[in-house]
Design a binder for this molecule. Structure first.
Ligand code: UD1
Ligand code: MG
Length: 420
């Protein structure tokens, strides 16, 4: 069974009122287009239709997918017709074509698989995913007659007042017979309120040609589309809850999940406590039995098990187990702490390795430092790492004691067990 998967992501996203192309807005730290990529990661023959600011969007398309440019965005039907006129796409034929909108980030792989298998087993020409939603405004309404025949999809702007009351909506996820599209894509017209070629008109065309059409029902949250900042806001709230519930199921405690911001892809070990106002962002890994927060932001960092981080900011850094960070510490990129290290109040570190058992307990700056284990770096001590032109290294050997108010003018090396 050969299936081509086509993601439509060429639209401008006018309703977002933003300069950024719609599919590059982020949901829980990840661009919308990457969510689509994730949903289809196990599929082959992938094509992304890109258009508006395509030079920016193309960088987000995975290597095994192909980009097809829709120069002028004349509607979803037009986007599909561009694919069916593209030589690289036509160089192979398929049995079925899966079409998904690029602005529906929470699409689940399971729903795509169940749509495909239903279409294939019942030899339908068209199958698409629908959902009964509370607020149908903006979506295409699905018109089904008393005999359960799927007649057509009517877009919001073209719908009569009666049709607008329908709450069964089109998700924009379809599986078509390849031949069906090939034979009918040229028949779409743009005679409608938006003067666009609607992909959804293929349903009515199919019905008129007595083709077999079926629908698969999905939960509302997994087909929520993003067309406006308001929808982005609502979807992100739903997505946040899904992710936090997943961590809770894995044994993570949340003091107040309404103030926890956990990006997609963050990993948290069981037994860890996430206290109020904690942001765990990007590629962050937190070990087991840690206490993180309150009021902490950790991004792209790796925190070892049994560590405590409170009232602090940590970026692009890593720690071994049982470290104590904060209150009010700032670990800037490239800070790597060994086990049992303490970086305390009003201490800042940058691009430094701090060995096992070393302490920077308060009011200190460590930049470009190679600090071995069991070093005490007292209050008011700093590395003077920048001479106005170059950044220089400070090396402090095992067990050295750096007293209060010491300026270590780099490059400088302090020997093992030295007392300054
Ligand atoms: C579309 C459907 C609607 C459905 C909804 C689900 C049509 C006509 N309507 O409406 O029935 O309920 O999705 O979310 O299809 N795009 C292109 N090229 C274009 C136009 C759009 O690639 O010329 C892409 C967009 O980038 C977007 C997707 O197609 O990712 C859907 O387009 P959008 O304008 O968001 O359609 P909706 O109004 O949401
Ligand atoms: Mg949309």
């Amino acid at each position: 069974m050969d299936i081509a998967t086509i993601v439509l992501s060429a639209g401008k996203g006018t309703r977002m009122n933003s300069e950024i192309p719609k599919v590059l807005h982020k949901v829980l730290g990840k661009e919308i287009i990457l969510w689509s990529n994730e949903a289809i990661k196990n599929f082959e023959n992938k094509f992304f239709v890109i258009g508006h600011q395509h030079e920016l969007v193309k960088d987000y398309i995975s290597n095994e997918s192909q980009a097809i440019v829709q120069e002028e965005q004349l509607g979803t039907g037009h986007a599909l017709s561009v694919v069916f006129n593209d030589e690289s796409f036509l160089s192979k034929t398929y049995d079925y074509v899966l079409v998904i909108p690029g602005d529906v980030p929470l699409i689940q792989e399971e729903i795509l698989n169940s749509l495909i298998s239903k279409v294939v087993t019942s030899k339908a020409s068209i199958g698409f995913v629908v959902s009964s939603v509370k607020e149908s405004f903006g979506y295409g309404r699905v018109i089904i007659d008393k005999e359960d025949n799927v007649l057509k999809i009517v877009e919001e702007k073209d719908a009569s007042n009666e049709e607008k009351k329908i709450n069964l909506i089109n998700s924009g996820i379809y599986c078509f017979g390849y031949e069906f599209i090939k034979n009918h894509i040229g028949q779409l017209s743009d005679v409608n309120e938006q003067k666009e070629f609607y992909l959804t008109d293929l349903i009515e065309l199919g019905f008129n040609k007595k083709e077999k059409i079926l629908v698969v029902e999905s939960s509302e949250v997994s087909i929520m589309g993003i067309n406006s900042m308001d929808q982005l806001h609502n979807l992100e709230r739903e997505a946040r809850e899904i992710i936090i519930n997943m961590h809770i199921d894995n044994g993570v405690y949340f003091q107040d999940s309404s103030t926890a911001y956990i990006d997609d892809g963050v990993s948290i070990g069981s037994g860890t406590k996430i206290l109020a106002n904690t942001h765990l962002l990007g590629n962050t890994v937190v070990g087991e039995n840690c206490t993180i927060g309150p009021n902490t932001m950790i991004s792209d960092s790796d925190i070892g098990s049994r560590s405590k981080v409170l009232y602090s900011v940590v970026s692009e850094s890593s720690t071994k187990e049982e470290v104590q960070i904060g209150p009010y510490a700032h670990l800037r990129p490239g800070s790597n702490l060994g086990s049992n290290v303490k970086v305390g109040a009003f201490a800042e570190t940058k691009k430094s390795n701090i060995g096992d058992g070393s302490k920077v307990p308060h009011l200190a700056y460590v930049g470009d430092g190679e600090i071995e284990g069991n070093v005490n770096f007292s209050a008011g001590a700093i590395t003077v790492n920048y001479d106005g032109e170059n950044k220089n290294k400070t090396i402090i050997k095992e067990g050295a004691f750096i007293g209060s108010d010491v300026m270590l003018v780099a490059p400088v090396t302090i020997g093992e067990g030295a007392v300054i």
